[in-house]
Ligand binder design. Sequence first.
Ligand SMILES: *Cc1c(COP(=O)(O)O)cnc(C)c1O
Length: 390
Amino acid sequence: MNKDMQRIYLDYNATTPLRPEVRDAMMPFLTEAFGNGSSIHAYGREARNAIDTAREQVAELIGAKSPSEIVFTGSGTEADNHAIKGLTELQKSRGEGNHVITSSVEHHAVLHTCQYLEQRGFEVTYLPVDRYGRIRIEQLESAIGDTTILISIMHVNNENGTIQPLEEICQIAQGQDIPVHTDAVQSIGKLDVNVQELGVNLLSLSGHKIYAPKGIGVLYIRRGARLANLVHGGSHERNRRAGSENVPAIVGLGVAAELAKQDRDAYTQHLNKLTHRLREGLNTHIDRLHYNGHPEYCAPGTLNVSFESVEGESLILRLDMEGICVSTGSACTSGSMEPSHVLAALGLPPRLAQGTVRFSLGRRTTEEEIDTVIAKLPKVIKQMRTLYRG
Ligand SMILES: *Cc1c(COP(=O)(O)O)cnc(C)c1O
């Protein structure tokens, strides 16, 4: 890419930039307000108050009953680990059961944690999904048994934006007294995420997917839910997660949560409008393409497209040369030619999965950027198709 070329970032599901308001709120805590939230003196109290405010802001965003249900973690990944390992370990030690139900399209933070549990003697059911990545409620119902101790199903998929029927999942689980965890990292800010209305017991979210910094996450733990700890040490986070709090990141996440709540309708509209524009443009100028997100139950901002007779990895590199930054099926599997586990679970033939690109839009995405993509992409696809060897 030549230096003067404007880069176009369409990979917001991988990470988002800090909002200026978030950075401004963090700044004092990176400089003079450096206190440790556990200290009793003025510096400590200043940090403690800032953490408390952030906890309220996050609780408010997701409709938690009390800020005490919010636990700050080191990432979305850690929140997923804490929920799944913490709950299953305790339940198993009490002889309550050893069976976990999840889906085949979870983020690796959940999937690999469940695989780890299998090595530790747990049984895990990985529910299959339909061609757009939704689980089937009947299959969930028949997977539930006497030994089931946890259901962990994500809210919105990071690769294709598909929304899972979380309310229904929770209703079924409640009827059988089984706790539900959800990875809501990709739904926060894009959907109305309310833990009461959804009925979840545990929910994970991540700072850097909602314009706060990387390295901060949250686990919502409904009052009364019992979990073993992941990290042991001091009595931080009401004895749930030891380690001196990352005050600047927590403050940033709090502000990002407040802004996400304020802006949600406008943000959703912005994403919907631009996603629609991109899709229309692709439809008009490129043939032999397929959309992998759910036609009805799909979060705004994500467009997962398979181009026939194109090799996705080379396509991404070509687009990068044009200044367009997108992802293959999954950012985590880039560098390897394996189709992502999500695309495989959709039943996408490997040849089609190989030609898959994820466009994910965000706050700074403009109509002009979308139009530039629509102007450049058809030519690139055409070139790549002439080179395609299969
Ligand atoms: C990004 C992401 C995570 C991981 O969050 P980190 O804060 O990067 O650890 C987990 N689940 C989903 C769905 C994600 O998109």
